[in-house]
Design a binder for this molecule. Structure first.
Ligand code: APR
Ligand code: PHB
Length: 391
């Protein structure tokens, strides 16, 4: 088999890249090791920045997102018996976010690729990248038990943090940065209407909690847990008990409970691989960088990477101009590091750290009070949350 661009991974990065390339008449094939059913039902992030929404609309993917996505113009912070709204409209000149589940976007992307007769090969195995330093790199894989090969001009690794693309780069040139955090998030999807019009981020003495949503009938909540906790350690009663206490507010607000449809634990990690390109192999999305979910940036970074990459590949194919392609890592890393900082900062501000003493707790509360009382501090949070476009 032959194609122009071989893409490994059918998450938002790989699928959106394939769609954007198709709009520029560039052929691609996407190789995914899971089934279509699995990736369409995998519960993941759900916050889209304004810039991500604009790109999806511009590229013809906005229909269902416009109908079903929830537009939010602020978030609420809860701490120390206080509730405070960060008003995005006022602080960012009318920008906002759209709450739309990642798996819904994945469904839209798969439908768009198939409508355009795009090729996505699901359930492939033993994917291996070969000859990245040659004119025509190859991807070897097995499908339905048969060995196959895809020859391409470029290989794009969109296979997430645990994929094979990043380890295919020569170890000697890899430049990586990493932080892990001494806690994780237990997330639940609930059949209950949201208890608030906007997301609520709570810093409580018992640990962090987040109230989010997917639709007018489905809620998504998170509680900070131990990094080695297992889902079985958290009975439904224990989850609701912690959520009620951590999210509770002095005005008697109540979190609406309901049937828990899914439970999962997300580890918290910051990671950047600054080598986002080597010869004919490019990395995009979680394959190159991970943020802790507190800033809601992971999905948006994946979208931003493939926006840059599709434009660069279009210039290469349409005008034989490689200048933008050569600058791919440099351009993406500016945004990546801004999001890394913001996600680390939100995580540090809102979680209970095992080694924190009362001094550090007071510093957290002071900073939260500062954000609630200084428009400049609130604007810093707001402009990063809705997406800061680096000049
Ligand atoms: N071969 C083929 N496919 C693979 C391989 C492999 N060896 N390894 C992983 N994959 C697939 C995964 O099954 C997954 O479908 O690559 C895809 C990677 O998708 P994501 O993990 O969703 O990563 P990305 O597209 O970069 O999107 C980033 O996902 O984890 C969230 O918070 C993150 O919202 C962010 C988004
Ligand atoms: C989510 O709805 O899944 C969500 C929202 C905000 C975050 C992280 C996750 O910061």
């Amino acid at each position: 088999m032959k194609t122009q661009v071989g893409i490994i991974g059918a998450g938002p990065a790989g699928l959106l890249l394939s769609h954007l390339l198709h709009l520029c008449n560039i052929e691609s094939v996407v190789l995914e090791n899971r089934s279509r059913r699995y990736i369409e039902n995998r519960v993941r992030a759900g916050v889209l920045e304004q810039g991500s929404v604009d790109l999806l609309n511009r590229s013809g993917l906005g229909e269902r997102m416009q109908q079903q996505g929830l537009q939010h113009h602020g978030i609420e912070l809860r701490f120390d018996n206080q509730c405070h709204r960060i008003d995005f409209d006022e602080l960012t000149d009318g920008k906002g976010i759209t709450v739309y589940g990642q798996q819904e976007l994945v469904k839209d992307l798969i439908a768009a690729r198939f409508a355009a007769e795009g090729e996505i090969l699901f359930e492939v195995e033993e994917v291996k990248i070969c000859d990245i330093d040659r004119q025509r790199p190859r991807i070897e894989f097995r499908r339905e038990g048969m060995a196959q090969e895809l020859t391409c001009d470029y290989v794009i690794g969109c296979d997430g943090f645990h994929g094979i693309s990043r380890p295919s780069l020569p170890a000697a040139i890899l430049k990586t940065f990493e932080r892990s955090y001494p806690f994780a998030w237990l997330g639940i999807l609930v059949a209950a209407p949201p208890s608030s019009a906007e997301l609520i981020y709570a810093n409580s003495p018992r640990g962090f909690a987040l109230h989010s949503m997917r639709s007018t009938t489905i809620t998504r909540n998170y509680v900070q847990c131990e990094p080695d906790d297992r889902v079985e350690d958290w009975s439904d009663d224990r989850i609701w008990h912690e959520l009620q206490l951590r999210l509770g507010s002095p005005d008697g607000w109540q979190l609406q409970e309901g049937k828990i449809l899914e439970k999962s634990i997300t580890p918290m990690r910051s990671f950047v691989c600054e080598t986002m390109q080597y010869e004919k192999l490019f990395l995009a999305g979680d394959a190159a960088h991970i943020v802790p979910p507190t800033g809601a940036k992971g999905l948006n970074l994946a979208i931003a990477d493939v926006d840059v990459l599709s434009t660069a590949l279009a210039r290469r194919y349409q005008h034989n101009d490689e200048k933008l392609l050569i600058k791919y890592s440099k351009i993406c890393l500016r945004r990546v590091w801004r999001s890394e900082h913001f996600s680390w900062w939100m995580t540090s501000l809102l979680h209970k750290f095992p080694d924190h003493d009362d001094f550090q707790r007071r510093l957290q509360l002071s900073e939260l009070n500062y954000i609630c009382n200084s428009p400049a501090a609130a604007a810093t949070l707001a402009e990063n949350y809705v997406g800061f476009a680096q000049p």
